[in-house]
Design a protein around this ligand. Structure first.
Ligand code: M6R
Length: 610
């Protein structure tokens, strides 16, 4: 969603801010803006609807805005249409205070009414302008003091960057329920909504907590709590390379990230396999605590939720403990049966998805223990969990997740095996066999990726279809959900995933001549049943792409129009192999349709508003 970057130091701020915004583009946005402060020129603001390039052109690549401090923002519209006026920074009526904001000010309408009654005129439709106007209203020569007063009046979620023309030597940052980090340099300091925006300049960062306020100067950064009392912050070192967040010769981040999956899987799995055993040092649950659990709740959104659906099949089978999978956005409203004997497994790539965060806080309030599976180190979900297992996928930039999804699945396998071993719900021989198979998974993914031509060819046959159904049974159904989401989010083709047995209960009425059906037939025990479903849709005119393991490849080829084979593995690990051709299929289809693959319309990488 929206992106924030701020800089104060000895260099010209605007080019640094534009570069930071470029690195935040992946989050999704529809307009962008800059505010740069110079003691002589005053506050200079430039905003533009559309791609960042429009703003860069407008400002002569930043050269037209002079000054050593400023703020940049990419906006993903919530309140008011995406246009120049509603873009951030929002500036107060006097022109003194500029604000960039991620999140939503929930009581903005009441505050706006109050300010209008004091004669203040608004120019935008945004909730953010209320913050700028309110700050100005309370400003009496000390920005920090005004911030303190405003924080008592605003409700909702916010990460704020604030500059005041009367105080050209400090930037203020505020955070509540929306991520914000500080970057530390020798003669500069930065603020940003995520590390990618500052990594080119510094690897020393700190993560602001809810309610904290930071004052940044060129030579220092002081953080305060919500009562404006100074607090000491721990500075963390970011250890991934900047190249990880660059395309490195690939046309799209999504393709690069698909290709990075073997490495991401190795990084996630191998350090946790020692002497034929799964070792999860980061999880402190004991055997006794596991035995006391009466259920697991998996909470997540989007693709992470799809990992949850696969996790239900895997974990119930391995642990014999009931597993509920809930969309995070529904969790708070479904009166969940959570007790002190519940383990909530929270899955999130970004670690900042607001629905997931809110759901996990609710689970905590109800007494659950929280175990999260997160990709972004230091993110809010990671920090608020009792146990965190990081997926070592590295930065994922494309909006459509691929390598994070794959590593989340891998963590589910590790977790399932570790817990099953502790509980004794899996025999030694089966356990050893599964651990051995798990070790081979990255190489098998590599094998699929080494030959993409066939999938590219199938994409060229089918890219013009306007409706696609993914069908599968058991864990194949779980992967179908992800295959379908991949296709629809980047190619804009209408697509649905169904448990194949459900087709006859309604959906089959939609199958007609030329409908594309992707049949996932890897789960060996159910292969014949799935083939019956394939026959049903073929009888109604569907074109069928089938995916199965090598052992069933020849059989499958007899029944479908286009067949894809994946290597054999333990059935529980099939999703990791099956998803890869579907990621590639979605990618090539989107490419052939000329879609903006890394930044699909209306979507944001990290969804930080409810
Ligand atoms: O960062 P999270 O894993 O919490 O994000 C959840 C979803 O927003 C995310 O998986 C989304 O569905 C992806 N864009 C799908 O590719």
């Amino acid at each position: 969603m929206c992106g924030i970057v701020g800089y104060i130091g000895t260099e010209e701020a605007a080019p640094i801010l534009l570069e930071g915004l470029r690195r935040l583009e992946y989050r999704g946005y529809d307009s962008a803006g800059l505010a740069v402060l110079d003691p002589e020129q005053g506050l200079q603001v430039a905003k533009a609807k559309g791609r960042l390039q429009v703003l860069a052109d407008l400002t002569g690549q930043g050269q037209k805005l002079t000054g050593h401090m400023g703020l940049g923002h990419t906006r993903w519209a919530t309140h008011g249409a995406p246009n120049d006026v509603n873009s951030h920074p929002q500036v107060s009526q006097s022109g003194r205070i500029a604000v960039v904001h991620n999140g939503i000010i929930e009581n903005y309408a009441r505050l706006k009414e109050f300010l209008e009654s004091k004669g203040i005129a608004f120019v935008s439709e945004t909730d953010t302008e209320v913050v700028a106007q309110l700050l100005d209203y309370y400003y009496e020569g000390d920005l920090l003091d005004a911030v303190g007063k405003v924080l008592h009046r605003i409700e909702g979620a916010y990460a704020l960057g604030i500059v005041c023309a009367d105080e050209p030597d400090r930037l203020v940052a505020v955070r509540k329920d929306s991520p914000l980090i500080l970057g530390y340099g020798a003669n500069f300091h930065m603020l940003a909504s995520d590390v990618t925006a500052v990594i080119q300049h510094t690897r020393e960062v700190c993560y602001l907590e809810d309610g904290e306020v930071a004052v940044l100067t060129a030579y220092g950064a002081q953080v305060y709590n919500s009562l404006l009392q100074p607090v000491e912050k721990e500075i963390s070192h970011v250890d991934w390379e900047i190249s990880a967040a660059e395309k490195g010769g690939y046309e799209h981040f999504m393709f690069k990230e698909i290709m990075e999956q073997p490495k991401a899987l190795r990084d996630t799995i191998f350090p946790r396999l020692r002497d034929g055993e799964v070792v999860l040092d980061e999880v402190s649950l004991t055997r006794e605590e596991l035995e006391r659990l009466d259920r697991l709740y998996v909470i997540a959104c989007g693709s992470s939720y799809h990992v949850g659906v696969a996790a239900k099949y895997t974990l119930e089978r391995l642990l014999r403990i009931p597993v509920e999978v809930t969309l995070a956005s529904e969790f708070r409203y479904c009166d969940p049966i959570v007790t002190r004997r519940t383990l909530a497994v929270v899955i999130s790539q970004s670690g900042e998805t607001i629905d997931t965060l809110a759901a996990m806080r609710e689970a905590r309030r109800l007494g659950a223990r929280l175990l999260s599976i997160v990709n972004v180190v230091g993110s809010t979900i990671a920090r608020e969990s009792d146990d965190v297992i990081y997926t070592w996928a590295g930065p994922e930039i494309a909006v459509a997740t691929t390598k994070a999804y794959s590593t989340q699945l891998a963590v589910i396998y590790l977790l399932g095996l570790r817990f099953a071993h502790l509980l004794g719900t899996v025999g030694e021989e089966e356990y050893a066999g599964m651990v051995a198979q798990l070790r081979q998974l990255p190489a098998k993914v590599e094998e699929i990726l080494s030959d993409t031509e066939k999938i590219q060819y199938y994409a060229s046959i089918y890219f013009n279809h306007d409706s696609v159904f993914y069908i599968g049974r058991n864990i194949d159904y779980a992967v179908g959900l992800e295959g379908s989401l991949k296709l629809k989010e980047i190619s804009y083709i209408h697509s649905e995933a169904y448990a194949a047995g459900e087709l006859k209960h309604g959906t089959i009425s939609l199958i007609e001549d030329g409908t594309l059906v992707v049949a996932l037939a890897s789960w060996g025990d159910l292969f014949d049943k799935l083939m019956s479903n394939v026959k049903e849709v073929k009888a109604r005119g569907a074109d069928v792409v089938g995916i199965t393991t090598r052992s069933h490849g020849a059989e499958l080829a007899k029944s479908v129009d286009s067949a894809i084979q994946i290597p054999d593995t333990h059935p529980m690990f099939l999703p990791s192999l099956e998803v890869v051709p579907m990621q590639l299929f979605a990618y090539y289809v989107a490419l052939m349709r000329g879609c903006d693959i890394d930044k699909p319309r209306n979507l944001a990488k990290s969804v930080t508003v409810e």
